[in-house]
Design a protein around this ligand. Structure first.
Ligand code: WQD
Length: 336
């Protein structure tokens, strides 16, 4: 089976390529390097020992997509390519609708032309909106909190409609909770450009001295220690969830939605102290105001992924922090 991985130089895409290769899939990857680095592809070659085909291409370029499908028999696609910064999506909604939706529609039309009918979509826990009571189940009410979340919600709707129109089309909509951690080799990891929006890469840069301290966005939440609770999942577990979902799609046409989380929540301070234990040094922090758009608690009910895909997360917060720490120690200034 040959799988096209779009956004293959990205954080989750690169880790998924490694899991696909070790599960025996052939891989073709593409990325436009708008939010990733070419060096990641070389590192994937080094870690895996496999020089899979790579194309520098954008989902908006139909000719480039045709070339990939003409030159390679593609059996399935995992679509990681897309913009994902919540704050930026509020300032530049059209960039997000073009990147995340027009790009996906282009890809789906190309797949149809080449009779490629298996599609795995990166969705996000953000589609559970502001209301609702965790643990979130797939059939819970959905809502978008920002344009980024809207692109995920609309992407899911598009896939459900395409699947209803073409009985042979099979799609897995995977709702990620909070992916953190890094490949145990220390060669791959989360390496956002600029100041990180997300908790773990921010803490890691404080630990390595690139940032002075963490600002905790509110300690007056209705949680045991007052700080926000999220379902952090090791990126390697998340990658393995994609391999399990692909295997399911090969035998089950139709459209399936599944949470990829651990089913456990951890607070900001729990994560910070876990990282302190992993790196053996104190992480200074100050409490600041709540961040607009945040909610208090989010974590997954992962029953469906376990029952359908036979998958569940194996790695705990200690491993997530230890692997993140190893990655940033080996790459204090990020991947060059
Ligand atoms: C986690 C917790 C913050 C930074 C977002 C997107 C989601 C997905 C993952 C793309 C919260 C607190 C954070 C900081 C802090 N992105 N925090 N200080 O907001 O749960 O999810 O990223 O797919 O779609 O919504 O993740 O890491 O930003 O925040 O106190 O400097 O850490 O308040 O409680 P979030 P996060």
């Amino acid at each position: 089976m040959r799988i096209l991985v779009t956004g293959g130089a990205g954080y989750i895409g690169s880790h998924t390529i490694l899991e696909l290769l070790s599960a025996g899939y052939d891989v073709v990857a593409m990325d436009n390097f708008s939010n990733s680095k070419p060096a990641v592809i070389d590192r994937l070659y080094a870690v895996s020992g496999v020089r899979f085909r790579f194309y520098e291409a954008d989902l908006g370029d139909s000719l480039a997509l045709d070339k990939i499908f003409i030159e390679n028999k593609i059996d399935g696609v995992i679509n990681f390519a897309g913009a994902k910064a919540v704050g930026e999506s509020v300032e530049k909604p059209l960039k997000y609708y073009r990147n995340n939706l027009s790009g996906m529609i282009n890809l789906l039309e190309t797949m149809a032309r080449f009779e490629c009918r298996q599609f795995v979509f990166s969705s996000s826990a953000t589609v559970y909106g502001a209301g609702g009571t965790p643990p979130f189940r797939e059939e819970d009410p959905l809502g978008a909190l920002n344009p980024y979340g809207s692109t995920k919600l609309m992407g899911e709707t598009i896939l459900r409609d395409v699947s209803a129109a073409d009985p042979e089309f099979s799609a897995a909509i995977l709702r990620y909770f909070n992916p953190i951690g890094a490949h145990p080799s220390g060669m791959l990891g989360e390496d956002p450009a600029g100041i990180p929006n997300n908790l773990l890469p921010y803490i890691a840069r404080v630990a390595v001295g690139r940032l002075p301290y963490l600002t905790v966005f509110g300690d007056d939440w209705p949680t045991p220690d007052g700080t926000g609770i999220r379902d952090y999942i090791h990126v390697v577990d998340l990658a393995r969830g994609h391999v399990a979902a692909l295997a399911y799609l090969a035998a089950h046409p139709g459209c399936v939605t599944a949470n990829l989380g651990t089913g456990r929540g951890h607070s900001v301070l729990e994560v910070l102290h876990a990282f302190e234990r992993a790196c053996g040094r104190q992480i200074p922090y100050e409490v600041g105001p709540r961040r607009p758009g945040d909610n208090a608690v989010s974590y997954a009910d992962c029953t469906r992924a376990r029952e359908l895909f036979g998958w569940q997360a194996q790695l705990g917060l200690e491993e997530m922090c230890a692997d993140s720490w190893r990655f940033i120690q080996q790459n204090p200034d990020g991947i060059q």
